[in-house]
Design a protein around this ligand. Structure first.
Ligand code: ZN
Length: 432
């Protein structure tokens, strides 16, 4: 048994969103519809009369298929429990929600009125033609996001809560991917007040990198660092929008291999932009098609300086064998979240059964020269999944959920040792 080393680096998280998620009521342990409605009533009593986001009830992590009744609360049940307090119950997978009348009105959602861009996703109750309260996709997001934006003071609170949570798990450094423009100034303030508990590297959207870099001097320090820009190259495997080299087993209509969300020339331009600013570029690429597109663009961009660490690929959940050696050859950091393997088992088996042996090829990456902690980094993507580093250790070493049979392991030949896995959480390398 390898001792859990200290200290640790979380190479991919979303600080403010993590802090905010810690303050929301979770329905993960809710057994049935009745218990859900009781929680709604209790939270509505607290929210009644409060201003801003505090005047809403937003519950997360509902797993309705696990409830005794196996159905969502209706709009009228939520109206009864929450009254005039806007209430949204969000599914664990973020693709559906139930809302009461007040939340639907705040979001401008009405039965029969399509929600862009994918049309009608507001369920109507049989017979009446009225909205049942069940919202899918864009309609679910619209209701969730109709809640007022957090105030600057609330945002500070979220950042503080996120940092405290990560510190409690042993992290001394966190990389925030897709940082808000206010995050640097807020962290700078915390650093000056002696309240900062760890080193934070920031990656605002690449389109805003030049602007953020222009006033970095006002908030940067040894522990609050503008590291680079973030760019999205594709979607996710669960949504079947990750860009794949081969067709999905159950493809979305008109999108058999997912989609690349950015033109190769735009990736090249982003590499040059980061290079000119003396900063890094982090590209979200989950499917093997997106990973290859990004590596090709980096290769073509021919940066002006030593390339090691200039670019990093985030997620890289599926990598074709021919692309594995290109990471070390090009000096590209492979920033993975093995913990996603534990939550994505069903989606992987269903959508990419023909590519399971290419999921997170950690053994091959290390063999091809991606040194743990330097070119191979571990993170969690919290709050999408929890930030506990033990989950990524489990996935990297055993390739399956705890207690699952050996036959359930995904690409077991790609397992690495516990020592190698912990080394992927070690701070240092190209990030100093
Ligand atoms: Zn992320």
């Amino acid at each position: 048994v390898i001792d859990r080393p200290q200290p640790l680096r979380e190479a991919h998280a979303h600080l403010a969103a993590l802090g905010q998620s810690l303050g929301l009521v979770s329905l993960a342990d809710c057994p049935d519809l009745g218990a859900c409605l009781a929680i709604v009533a209790r939270e509505a009593a607290k929210a009644r009369g409060c201003a801003g986001a505090a005047g809403w009830v937003r519950l997360t992590q509902a797993r309705v298929n696990g409830w005794r009744e196996q159905r969502w609360p209706t709009r009228s049940e939520l109206d009864q429990a929450a009254g005039e307090v806007p209430c949204v119950v969000f599914s664990f997978d973020h693709h559906s929600a139930a809302a009461n009348g007040a939340a639907m009105a705040a979001a401008g959602l009405r039965a029969g009125v399509p929600v862009p861009p994918n049309g009608q996703v507001i369920e109507t109750a049989p017979g009446s033609g009225e909205a049942s309260g069940l919202l899918l996709e864009q309609a679910a997001y619209a209701a969730w996001n109709a809640c007022p934006e957090p105030t600057p003071q609330e945002q500070r609170g979220f950042v503080r809560a996120g940092l405290k949570h990560l510190a409690g798990l042993g992290y001394v450094e966190v990389h925030d991917l897709h940082s808000q423009e206010w995050l640097g100034p807020v962290l700078g303030e915390m650093e000056r007040a002696g309240e900062l508990t760890m080193r934070v590297l920031l990656y605002p959207p690449i389109a805003r990198l030049r602007a953020v870099a222009a006033d970095r001097a006002a908030w940067e320090s040894a522990r609050v660092v503008l590291a680079g820009g973030k760019l999205f190259a594709d979607g996710t495997l669960n949504a079947r929008t990750a860009h794949m080299l081969h067709r999905y087993a159950e493809p979305l209509l008109g999108m058999p291999r997912g989609q690349c969300m950015v033109a190769p020339a735009a990736i090249e331009a982003a590499v040059r932009e980061a290079d000119e600013l003396g900063l890094h570029l982090a590209v979200h690429a989950i499917g093997d098609g997106a990973v290859r597109t990004v590596l090709d663009a980096i290769e073509r961009a021919a940066p002006s300086r030593s390339t090691t660490g200039l670019c990093r690929v985030e997620h890289a959940e599926i990598i074709d064998a021919t692309d594995v050696p290109r990471f070390s050859k090009l000096g590209v950091v492979c920033s993975v979240q093995p913990c996603h393997l534990l939550t994505d088992v069903e989606a992987l088996n269903r959508f990419v059964p023909h590519r399971l042996e290419r999921v997170l090829p950690l053994r091959e990456l290390i063999g091809a020269g991606c040194k743990p902690g330097e070119l191979l980094l571990f993170g969690s993507d919290a709050p999408i999944v929890r930030a506990d580093p033990g989950d990524s250790i489990q996935a990297a070493v055993h390739r399956c959920r705890p207690g699952a049979g050996a036959g359930d392991a995904i690409a077991p030949a790609q397992a690495i040792s516990e020592g190698e896995a912990w080394a992927c959480f070690a701070p240092g390398g190209v990030y100093g």
